[in-house]
Ligand binder design. Structure first.
Ligand code: ADP
Ligand code: MG
Length: 616
């Protein structure tokens, strides 16, 4: 059957000497992708034949479609075999000898001299097949088209010289035999090959088998393999219609792909039609403790072929703790960073994902508020951070944002502000420490005002973002003002009280004293540090951590003239002990506002003992 007239020699033309060194040099760091390229070509070949069969242009034979990756350590070969569409001599000429290289020439002209990483080259420029030369010094193709055309044998050296002649093969399909060079010897290992196949080919649409040629003779006829199991799952869950998938399937898929025994908190099955045309499943992992890595993993696929992990151009940074799979057939199999950064398509995918995540949160909030509140502690870091990073995300989830309240329970921003309307319009009172700020919290609660618990640094940063985004909303820590805590009437004897307290309280720190009427008569005095001054202070601390000042410069001591002790003070009821009493009141106000320094604590205790000794 070998037709002598068919035999032909060739050199892969003028460009050869440029291309092969580039393949070796530029792609050195990602050598292993040669296998992905060849297996995906094999899978494409099968897909094409399947399509022809479904169109009735080819009568399918009984053979099951399959791809076999086999290796032979003694012969130093790795072979990728498929029973797909195959190639005629003409097609080998056209697709292997010419097409691929014209892509390469285009690449050289465009990027010569540029120091870009190699991942953008292969595939993008049709160098997929030639990536085999990263590990081989000779590559053979034995192929037979599904048509009547005779089989073809093509062999090419690493210098780019090829021969093409009639081949010896009866069944349609293609075998690519790589004669492994010193550069590729590490791949002559079952472990290594399996690892690469599992990484890149776990969900390819054609069954893939790995065979050690020296261990078991591969059956000559395809399909006689018996009970072997393929490397891959040819029908990954994301390709299914969401309405056909069960909760169990989603969980099982998650556990298998991410090796996480904990169930995810929730998931989204995305099925974006034209023009985006991508599918995927995104999971929100359950993060048990903060030591666990927050980084998730979103795997990007191209028609079920793995491309890369955590492409931050596709998934915005604040969503990087998501786990999942995305299949984007519109992206080239090999995507370079610069391509992704400049691609309008990619930014649309990204926007779509953000929208889907926001929709999911909103629907959980609207339909399962109880469950939403349960998982809020797990998701709030990410939601708040997302809002800070991305105004659009905030706008989408604004109505579902929860505030955790001191003492338990949740309110949305809207619910809180609606309730605030009468007594403290536009103001959200919050505490950063339930214990330390207990005195203040109690005063707000006595007034029937709810206090939000913001106990992480992120919370307060988030609050600042909300102030920027939402008109007329201001977050105020419970110890920042007394506007909502006032009682009826005017402060009595204000001047005398202020003078007395200024005298006892001014121990080196600048302090303003004010006499006021507070609703809670049991409290003689409290300290206030205005919200803005405290925020400024916190910012300074962040930038100059070594220079902490003991108290913000704008502290105000509010003395409650309705309190019986204060009343007695201004009536002269304590006689010469007035200073000591005032001093004690000031110290207690200080203690209820912040932790004392060691010196302050010693002095406070000493004063207190002295104070007790005065009791008759
Ligand atoms: P791409 O896959 O991007 O087209 P490749 O360099 O990987 O570029 O392959 C070039 C062409 O060679 C393919 O488009 C296909 O026509 C042909 N080809 C490669 N491998 C096979 C195969 N196993 N079976 C049939 N045709 C193949
Ligand atoms: Mg290819």
């Amino acid at each position: 059957m070998a037709d002598e007239n068919m035999k032909k020699n060739g050199g892969i033309s003028v460009e050869t000497e440029h291309i092969f060194p580039i393949i070796k040099k530029w792609l050195y760091s990602e050598k292993e992708i040669f296998l992905r390229e060849l297996v995906s070509n094999a899978s494409d070949a099968v897909t094409k034949l399947r399509r022809l069969a479904s169109l009735g242009q080819y009568e399918a034979d009984t053979d099951a479609y399959r791809i076999t990756v086999s290796f032979n350590k003694s012969d130093k070969t790795i072979t990728v075999t498929d029973n797909g569409i195959g190639m005629t001599a003409d097609e080998v000429e056209r697709y292997i000898c010419n097409m691929a290289l014209s892509g390469a020439v285009e690449f050289i002209q465009k990027y010569e001299g540029e120091q870009e990483s190699g991942d953008g080259i292969i595939g993008h420029f049709g160098l997929g097949f030639y990536s085999s030369f990263m590990v081989a010094d000779r590559v053979d193709i034995l192929t037979k088209s599904y048509t009547d055309a005779p089989a073809v044998f093509w062999t090419c050296t690493e210098e780019g010289n090829y021969e093409i002649e009639a081949g010896d093969r009866d069944a349609h399909g293609t075998s690519i035999v790589m004669h492994i060079s010193a550069d590729g010897e590490e791949y002559l290992s079952e472990y290594k090959l399996r690892e690469i196949l599992e990484r890149y080919c776990s969900f390819m649409p054609t069954e893939i088998y790995l065979v050690d040629e020296e261990k078991e003779e591969e059956p000559k006829k395809d399909g006689e393999a018996g009970a072997e199991t393929p490397i891959n799952d040819t029908h990954p869950l994301w390709q299914k219609n969401p309405s056909d998938c069960t909760e169990e399937e989603y969980k099982a898929f998650y556990q298998k792909v991410f090796n996480d025994y904990k169930d995810p908190l929730f998931y989204m099955h995305i099925n974006a039609d034209y023009p985006l045309n991508f599918k995927g499943i995104l999971y929100f992992p359950r993060i048990r403790d903060q030591y666990e890595s927050l980084e998730g993993k979103v795997k990007l696929y191209y028609n079920q072929v793995f491309v890369a992990d955590n492409i931050k151009e596709v998934i915005p940074e604040y969503l990087l703790m998501l786990r999942g799979v995305l299949d984007c057939p519109e992206l080239p199999l090999n995507v370079s960073r610069s391509y992704l950064q400049n691609s309008g398509y990619v930014s649309k995918i990204s926007a779509h994902i953000i929208k889907k995540v926001a929709d999911k949160l909103n629907s959980l909030f609207n339909q399962q508020r109880e469950r939403f509140e349960e998982i809020w502690k797990d998701i709030r870091t990410f939601v708040e951070y997302g809002c800070m990073c991305d105004r659009k995300f905030y706008d989408r989830v604004e109505k579902s944002l929860l505030f955790a309240l001191v003492g338990g329970g949740f309110m949305t921003k809207e619910e809180y502000l609606a309730e605030a309307k009468e007594k403290h319009e536009g103001k959200v009172y919050y505490a950063t420490d339930e214990k330390l700020q207990a005195q203040y919290i109690a005063m707000y609660e006595a007034k029937g005002i709810k206090v939000v618990l913001f106990d992480s640094i992120l919370d307060t940063r988030f609050a600042e973002s909300v102030e920027r985004y939402a008109d007329g909303v201001k977050f105020i820590r419970v110890d920042a003002e007394t506007d909502a805590l006032k009682g009826d009437g005017e402060a009595e004897n204000a001047e005398a009280i202020v003078t007395l307290f200024e005298k006892v309280a001014n121990d080196g720190v600048k302090l303003t004293v004010r006499a006021e009427v507070l609703a809670d008569e049991t409290v003689p005095a409290i300290l206030n540090i205005s919200e803005d001054a405290r925020r400024m202070e916190e910012m300074m601390k962040m930038y100059m951590p070594d220079n902490p000042s003991p108290m913000p410069s704008e502290a105000t001591l509010i003395v409650n003239t309705k309190n019986p002790i204060v009343k007695r003070l201004s009536d002269g009821g304590y006689g010469e002990k007035a200073d000591a009493v005032a001093k004690q009141i000031y110290s207690l106000a200080l203690v209820s506002q912040r932790p004392l320094s060691a010196d302050e604590m010693k002095r406070f205790l000493k004063d207190s003992y002295e104070f007790l000794s005065m009791l008759s």
